[in-house]
Design a protein around this ligand. Structure first.
Ligand code: SF4
Ligand code: SF4
Length: 445
């Protein structure tokens, strides 16, 4: 009895500590996203259901899409079992849902075991793909953004998932043997299919050894889940949560449509004689609010949605594998753009934790994390946006960084400057005067 109470106290303490650390981290991530400038986005439940819940774009590569779906379904549905474990831990009960659900309990646990085995198989396949057969877009020798932590991160998560699933099977197998021995607290709930295969390992063990093994597996499983939940807030695996709000706030504009700056558009229209200056306004800009900065130099110039995108990126590299600039050997990788944006946000967070929440260092996203060479290599083809399974737009960040470079620093490649000057003087990218525009049609009947 005393042992039981100690276990309950320890469990509540672990639950409280995990809850506190996770909540602290979530609040910090929310504050970091709020660093971005405001942007109007209307939510779309349909897009969330289609792209996050239904994983629509993942199935553009059907085999990987199916394997990923198994891990995803396992993650979502096994949470029901976790709910029982948490309640057992708090209340000091054992398999609390068994008497409530009756025969259905056995079907449910068998189904969870089926998912657990599925998750183990898929994690092994993914480990092989990453480390042995080496899928091109996941190779850190080819893609410098994957050097160091990203590769370790992916492997840590896959190994942890395998261990957590083995803990469930061990827990159920030892439990089944203890039930057959009529051990106290181990009510008869039956043997389950997959853990039943492990039972022969434990038959013949003493009751004390079985109870210790069952308890170790139980504690390992639940503490592992707490640790996993905290770890994902530091990892690319945060996408398991962020994919939902991120797809909900998907850009509903026409695919590939670029966002203009209203003040600049107005200036250009006035210049082309398509609009008249506002009578109340000063200068051609009229009553439009002049933005503090043209484009973006650092993360606080990007919108909150760009920053949410950075926290949602799964580092899958589907964008990079479709990027023509990357394919032709340029230094641009849209995945790196997202990873750099997130790294910048994480570095700002570290500064806040050390020096207070108003602290900002002297660095900036453009220059210290992303180079001019990278952003200039983009062809604005939009392939990265189309490919991304969670509707992230690396292109939007690239365009804003470029806009800053051109409009604030007046630094564009010579060929671009020529085009800008042609647009200004000839209203076309070419250097022919407007009057000569229809010369080509002379003599055409
Ligand atoms: S829009 Fe730019 S970054 Fe995206 S795929 Fe095309 S070239 Fe690459
Ligand atoms: S931006 Fe999208 S496609 Fe590219 S690595 Fe991140 S999640 Fe994958």
């Amino acid at each position: 009895m005393a042992m039981q109470i100690i276990q309950q106290i320890l469990f509540v303490a672990a639950l409280g500590a995990a809850g506190y650390l996770i909540a602290r981290r979530v609040i910090l991530i929310k504050k970091t996203i709020e660093l971005g400038r405001s942007e109007e986005r209307s939510g779309d439940w349909g897009k969330m259901i289609l792209f996050a819940l239904g994983q629509k774009k993942m199935f553009s590569r059907p085999i990987v899409g199916f394997l990923h779906f198994i891990i995803y379904a396992g993650f979502l549905l096994i949470n029901l079992e976790v709910a029982e474990i948490v309640l057992d831990g708090i209340l000091g009960t054992h398999r609390l849902f068994a008497p409530i659900l009756g025969d259905f309990y056995s079907y449910l646990i068998n189904f969870f075991e089926f998912l657990a085995v599925g998750v183990i198989v898929v994690c092994v396949v993914f480990l092989v793909r990453r480390n042995i057969t080496k899928v091109e877009r996941l190779q850190n020798t080819r893609h410098r953004e994957l050097m160091g932590f990203p590769v370790k991160d992916a492997n840590i998560i896959l190994f942890t998932e395998i261990l957590l699933m083995f803990a469930v099977l061990t827990m159920n197998a030892t439990d089944a043997v203890l039930q057959e021995m009529n051990a106290a607290h181990y009510e008869k709930v039956g043997t389950f299919f997959f853990s039943g295969m492990l039972k022969p390992i434990f038959e013949g063990w003493s009751e004390a050894s079985l109870v210790v093994t069952e308890r170790i597996a139980w504690w390992f499983h639940i503490l592992g889940i707490f640790a996993f939940a905290l770890y994902v807030t530091y990892s690319k695996h945060l996408h398991i949560f962020m994919a939902f709000p991120n797809t909900y706030f998907t850009n509903n504009d026409v695919n590939g449509k670029m966002t203009n700056m209203p003040t600049v558009t107005k200036e250009v229209k006035i210049m082309l004689g398509l609009e008249t200056p506002s009578p109340s306004g000063e200068g051609a800009g009229g009553d439009e609010v002049i933005p503090e900065r043209f484009g973006a130099k650092d993360v606080k110039d990007l919108s909150w949605k760009n920053l949410m995108d950075a926290y949602t990126c799964t580092e899958c590299g589907r964008c990079t594998s479709a990027c023509p600039a990357n394919q032709t050997g340029k230094s641009l990788s849209p995945r790196k753009i997202m990873m750099d944006t997130r790294d910048r946000l994480e570095d700002i967070q570290q500064g806040w934790l050390k020096n207070g929440m108003d602290y900002m260092d002297e660095k900036s996203l453009l220059g210290d994390y992303i180079s001019e060479e990278e952003i200039l290599a983009c062809t604005t083809c939009n392939a990265c946006v189309v490919e991304c399974p969670v509707n992230i737009s690396p292109l939007d960040i690239i365009l804003q960084l470029r806009r800053y470079k051109v409009m604030e620093e007046s630094q564009a490649p010579a060929s671009w400057n020529m085009m800008f000057s042609n647009l200004e003087n000839n209203m076309a990218p070419w250097k022919f005067p407007i009057d000569d525009r229809f010369n080509w049609a002379e003599g055409v009947k």
